[in-house]
Design a protein. Sequence first.
Length: 163
Amino acid sequence: MIIRKAEEKDLKDLLEIYNYEVLNGVATFDINPASEEERLAWLRNHNIKNHPLYVAEIDEKVVGYASLSEFRSKSAYDETVELSLYVAHDYRGRGIGDALMKHILDIAKADESIHSVISVITGSNKASVRLHEKYCFEYCGTLKEAGSKFGRWLDVVYYQLFV
């Protein structure tokens, strides 16, 4: 496995990973698959400022990604970023998420323009919660029944790490 900066050539794989979760999981509260145009705009908003986007690649196929994105649009939040991490469904349980988490946090810690990393996690996503706790993220609170997907109400938990 190699971890490298995402490029536009990765768009198809990034879209496939994300849309699988839209249609089958609760890691995202999107309920409609993203289009290529939407995901391309998202990709182009990364690897600028303090918003890196890295992919994990096995046998020349992107099998996961991690990004730091704008947490909120108001300027006072500029030094706080939101972490997103996705692994392709058929590659889970192989340490890819762990490797991506370590890599993106090393980048965050080396970037003087980043003070805090926030993760917004679906409360039932125990694997994600465990991964964040492994990397010393602090639990900050729960928003109960913040969204509805697949006919059920879902909580959202917030985790934060100062870098």
